[in-house]
Design a protein around this ligand. Structure first.
Ligand code: DX5
Ligand code: ZN
Length: 221
């Protein structure tokens, strides 16, 4: 499967936002990962509706919107997204996960379901006919700069194996959280193909964005 990079925009140096988006475009970045946090589903607040709107008008890079909010199915209409964009909703965030997936597809976007480190992959079974990707959280959602929860590596390989063996080979696997240059290699070997790049890779301080992108591409090739 095509290996793709989705930088986490919450990790950007805010006053350099415009230049960073330009650098994404120059470096062939495939998606921009946008973390939406509501202070309830996760213990943090981040980006919101106006930011997504501004981002959509600033670039043609498709968005990869990660909804860390309670009952996302009732809030999707607040956000601007459409064909080519990914929207991820958490399995744990609503009793109506299937309805949430349907609402994303009805808008023409690609549907992704996210699972926390403590949620087993079997919970996805009855959603597989309706989704385009699974987001395996490799840290507990809420903050950048955390350490990998090692047990999630096994979830990636077991899920990839299950998908391929059961006619779901087209479903992509995204990983989010401490996707460092070293961990990205392990995640890629396990079967992940979309990599959320944050403080531990693309925004790492010891290289610029072009150098870090090249290094990350080398880890996941
Ligand atoms: C949470 C975020 C974080 C983060 C990724 O959903 O997407 O995981 O920004 O970056 P690091 O590399 O800091 O974990
Ligand atoms: Zn995220």
């Amino acid at each position: 499967m095509n290996k793709q990079i989705s930088p986490s925009i919450m990790c950007v140096a805010w006053l350099e936002l415009k230049e960073t988006i330009k650098a994404f475009e120059e470096n062939g970045i495939e998606y921009i990962h946008v973390d939406i946090m509501d202070g309830s589903f996760v213990p943090n607040f981040t980006l919101g509706t106006d930011f997504v709107k501004a981002l959509k008008s600033a670039t043609n890079i498709p968005l990869d919107i990660h909804m860390m909010i309670e009952n996302p199915e009732s809030k999707l209409d607040w956000f601007q997204f459409g064909e080519g964009d990914y929207v991820a909703v958490h399995y744990e965030s609503t009793p109506h996960i299937h309805r949430a997936v349907g609402a994303i597809k009805a808008r023409g976007a690609k549907a992704m379901v996210a699972i926390n480190p403590g949620t087993p992959i079997c919970m996805l079974e009855n959603l597989l006919d309706d989704i385009d990707a699974v987001l395996i959280m490799t840290v507990n959602p809420g903050f950048a700069g955390q350490k990998l929860v090692k047990a999630t590596l096994k979830k990636i390989s077991e899920l990839r194996e299950y998908l391929d063996a059961n006619g779901y080979g087209h479903i992509e696997i995204e990983v989010d959280g401490n996707v460092s240059f070293e961990n990205a290699r392990l995640m890629s070997d396990a079967g992940a193909n979309i990599f959320v790049a944050g403080t531990s890779s693309i925004f790492a301080k010891d290289g610029n964005l072009a150098e870090n992108t090249a290094k990350l591409r080398d880890s996941i090739k």
